[in-house]
Design a protein around this ligand. Structure first.
Ligand code: OXD
Ligand code: MN
Length: 580
């Protein structure tokens, strides 16, 4: 055992004063014991073991159901380095503020020490974290979401580097909740929340906020992206990474069931939330999924919308804040079955039709990735997969067309940087409000986003043949508020056009926004959409876009002189193309 890890663990124990300390080895026996202890103290409920073997339900505190962006801080020495996109406080002040909350916070509890590996075993791209937590729920979830125990310590022996993350439930009060990042010393402190994005420190805190900071220093990328392989009729697989804001269908896209399967198009899953991407010796961009599981949004996941996810989460899954049927099965809005009588809502109350939602809108499942029927044979390839296309998407009811392609890497970076998105239930706050969410990284970029855009531009220059960049929008609505595009499995039609473009054969027209598919370029045979929908989906709303550029300008101005001039150049060029 490393003295560095031990020293930090001892120091943390001196502050938090747990009754017991337990080092996780990652074994099945350990996982089973964690589950047994939570069943015993009733923080887990056993689900129907004949229909859902080894599946359990956890109900969180109703005040602790989503990420709390207002309580999340990036503590750099200089405020400008955290940027206007982060809440900032100096490292010294941050520690002074939060240290007293950790004092004695684990009294009466067990401290779990969780060494974990982010990324495939044996990969030069994988990294080690150690999370200390007093939550057995967090420890069990970490077992699913990362590679815990001996594998991590083995990797550490070679890399000599680990990211420490101290987590305590504290008193679960939002008044004493802080998610603190110290990227310059690569340290995470989180207190007052047991919610996944705040408490499973390998995920958003390490794999995105701290990793994005490291990635800029070291010349790689840590992105809020799913990774898929698109197989064509010849059997060739082309890999794509796609950024969407939280709760906007990333898991569905990652597990897409192709409606063009009879033509030979199929999607393989590599990851559904995070991509770490590196330039290889040949100048290509390679991606790994640092995670080992899916922490997906349950509502809207159903037998017709995502049968692959439904199969993935049938066993060995921890459900959080879903409803419970009389038959002890998990249930949520959009699952595609009737709840039957005797449904219990996410807070443990009897539910009646017409009442509030039975499952919390941000209720979740945590399931091992290896159980996914479409998991790619390459998902644990230590070398990662070569990325040929990068896709940016978000919820936009109006203005943004179904798909278009950037003219160049620089234009694509501008496209990603200016992306507007309607907010969702994955974070506390108003839902459905449009905000700028560059590359879907606004809540996750661990440094000044102006520097992040510069880093993207720089990465493009270092690649021999950078991936082609695309923008998609599955969420366009008609005047009556109905979605125009069927989405889900039909999104394969858009992916096929993207693949055609990557291979230099897809038909496109040049528009002020970028290359758009010609009227016949997206296959519509067998597609059930209202008359005129395709025209609206591919139309250019010049007026809406010009207004959009005003919003973009307001967003960019916050970054002052730090914003790369290339972004302003692209912004001006877009305005010019729109008014010409
Ligand atoms: C997530 C999120 O949980 O983005 O993946 O909130
Ligand atoms: Mn996410």
């Amino acid at each position: 055992m490393s003295s560095d890890i031990e020293r930090w663990v001892d120091e943390s124990a001196r502050v938090t004063t747990p009754d017991r300390m337990y080092w996780c080895d990652g074994s099945q026996r350990e996982y089973d014991a964690l589950i047994a202890s939570m069943l015993a103290d009733k923080t887990l409920i056993e689900l129907n073991q004949s229909t859902h073997p080894h599946c359990y339900l956890h109900r969180s505190d109703p005040n602790d159901v989503a990420r709390t962006e207002q309580l999340t801080f990036v503590c750099t020495q200089r405020k400008e380095d955290a940027g206007p996109n982060n809440n900032w406080i100096s490292p010294a002040e941050g520690k002074e503020k939060v240290r007293p909350l950790f004092a004695g916070s684990m009294k009466g509890r067990t401290m779990y020490v969780i060494p974990y590996l982010m990324g495939p075993v044996g990969s030069p791209y994988s990294k080690v974290g150690v999370e200390i937590t007093d939550s057995p729920y967090v420890a069990a979830n970490m077992h699913i979401m990362s590679r815990v125990g001996t594998v991590a310590l083995e990797h550490y022996k070679a890399s000599k580097e680990f990211i420490p993350g101290l987590h305590s439930l504290g008193d679960i009060s939002p008044n004493r909740r802080f998610i603190m990042h110290f990227p310059e010393e690569r340290l995470i402190w989180s207190i007052g929340s047991g919610y996944g994005g705040n408490a499973l420190l390998g995920k958003k805190c390490f794999a995105l906020r701290i990793a994005s900071f490291m990635a800029r220093q070291q010349g790689w990328m840590a992105e809020h992206m799913l990774i898929i392989g698109l197989q064509d009729p010849s059997g060739k697989v082309t890999y794509m990474a796609a950024a969407f804001p939280s709760a906007s269908g990333k898991t569905n896209l990652a597990m897409l069931v192709s409606t063009l399967a009879d033509q030979g198009y199929k999607v393989w899953t590599i990851g559904d939330d995070i991509a770490w991407m590196f330039i290889d010796r040949e100048g290509r961009l390679r991606a790994i999924n640092p995670e080992a599981g899916f922490f997906g949004v349950a509502p809207g996941t159903g037998f017709s919308t995502n049968p692959i996810a439904m199969e993935t989460i049938r066993k060995n899954t921890i459900y959080t804040n879903v409803a419970l049927t009389a038959n002890h099965e998990p249930w949520w809005e959009g699952i595609g079955t009737e709840p039957g009588s005797g449904l219990i809502d996410w807070q443990g109350r009897t539910w009646g039709p017409g009442g509030a939602k039975a499952a919390h809108p941000n209720s979740r499942f945590t399931a091992p990735a290896r159980q996914c029927p479409t998991i790619s044979p390459s998902w644990e390839d230590p070398h990662g997969v070569v990325i040929s296309a990068i896709i940016f998407g978000s919820r936009r009811s109006v203005t943004v067309p179904l798909v278009y392609q950037a003219f160049s890497w620089q234009h694509g970076v501008f496209m990603g940087s200016s992306m507007g998105a309607e907010t969702t239930a994955a974070a506390t706050g108003a839902v459905g409000v449009v905000r700028r969410d560059p590359m879907a990284m606004l809540p996750f970029c661990g440094y000044n986003m102006a520097d992040y855009f510069a880093h993207w531009l720089e990465m493009g220059k270092r690649m021999k043949d950078p991936p082609k960049i695309f923008r998609v929008n599955w969420f366009r609505k008609d005047a009556s508020g109905k979605f125009l595009w069927p989405g889900y499995g039909e999104n394969i039609r858009v992916l096929k056009w993207i693949l055609d473009r990557v291979e230099g054969r897809g038909k496109a027209v040049e528009t002020p926004l970028g290359y758009m598919p010609t009227a016949d370029a997206i296959e519509t045979d067998g597609l059930k959409i209202p008359a005129g929908a395709m025209e609206t989906l591919t139309a250019l709303d010049g007026h809406g876009w010009l207004n959009g550029t005003v919003e973009m300008e307001k967003f960019y101005r916050q970054f002052g002189d730090r914003l790369p001039k290339e972004i302003w150049e692209e912004h001006a060029a877009l305005r010019k193309r729109l008014v010409e």
